[in-house]
Design a protein around this ligand. Structure first.
Ligand SMILES: C[S@@+](CC[C@H](N)C(=O)[O-])C[C@H]1O[C@@H](n2cnc3c(N)ncnc32)[C@H](O)[C@@H]1O
Length: 213
């Protein structure tokens, strides 16, 4: 498994029913079953060929604890934990908005629009972990628990992720360094107010983690 998939797996708590939504190959759900983290796993994909891949990859000894559902999002499904990874943040929000039984715990890895995902979670879930990892490119990994009265995130936490700021990793420092270099380079060529604002925000994040990269 890749560093990205390993990290997703490490965020999954012991659970009764895990939904691997947008499972494609199904590696995360399969490994969670094999490790005994999930008693049962429901593999969901809107694409039949993708779902068939997950079914083909699932070892025979795990199939009695697995089910495979071809549908758009969570629908009416009951699960205590859902992994929704490797798709756009707006698609993840759409899946969560339409879920009839919102899962207690979410593990999300939006490929883009992570800030929108955090804003969506802000009123409904407590973000327990929100970390950036580098695995060829940068990925945001979010672990959130349902909470009717979550502590609202600050603007900086919405932009960069709560635990990235409180417990910065080497990968997050690398992200900030690259982001800073990229934005500075753009500003040398054109004076764009939005890019300048993003650079200022990045500098505030660097200051918030102690100023050292
Ligand atoms: C790039 S793959 C990610 C696979 C795996 N989750 C991962 O992170 O490696 C995205 C998968 O999500 C599926 N997908 C996209 N939107 C979906 C939706 N609304 N409901 C179910 N599956 C969806 C696609 O068919 C595709 O198989």
């Amino acid at each position: 498994m890749s560093k990205r998939l390993d990290k997703l797996l490490s965020l999954i708590p012991d659970c009764n029913v895990l939904a691997d939504v947008g499972c494609d190959h199904g590696y995360v759900g399969i490994q969670a079953l094999a490790d005994g983290k999930a008693r049962r796993a429901v593999f969901v994909d809107v694409s039949r060929p993708s779902l068939d891949k997950a079914a083909a990859n699932c070892p025979d000894e795990l199939t009695d604890r697995a089910s495979f559902v071809c549908q758009d999002g969570l629908g009416k499904l009951f699960c205590d934990v859902a992994v929704i990874a490797g798709m756009g943040g707006l698609e993840i929000i759409s899946i969560l908005t339409r879920a009839e039984n919102p899962p207690h715990i979410l593990i999300l890895q939006p490929n883009r629009n992570a800030c929108d995902v955090r804003k969506y979670l802000n009123a409904r879930y407590e973000i327990v972990c929100d970390c950036k990892i580098f695995d060829g490119k940068f990925y945001d990994m979010i672990l959130a628990e349902q909470n009717s009265r979550p502590v609202p995130l600050t603007e900086m936490e919405l932009q960069f992720g709560k635990t990235n700021l409180s417990r910065p990793t080497e990968d997050f420092r690398l992200f900030l360094a690259r982001e800073r270099a990229k934005l500075s380079k753009i500003l040398q060529r054109c004076n764009d107010a939005k890019v300048q604002a993003r650079l200022d925000l990045t500098d505030r994040a660097i200051a918030a983690i102690g100023g050292k990269l």
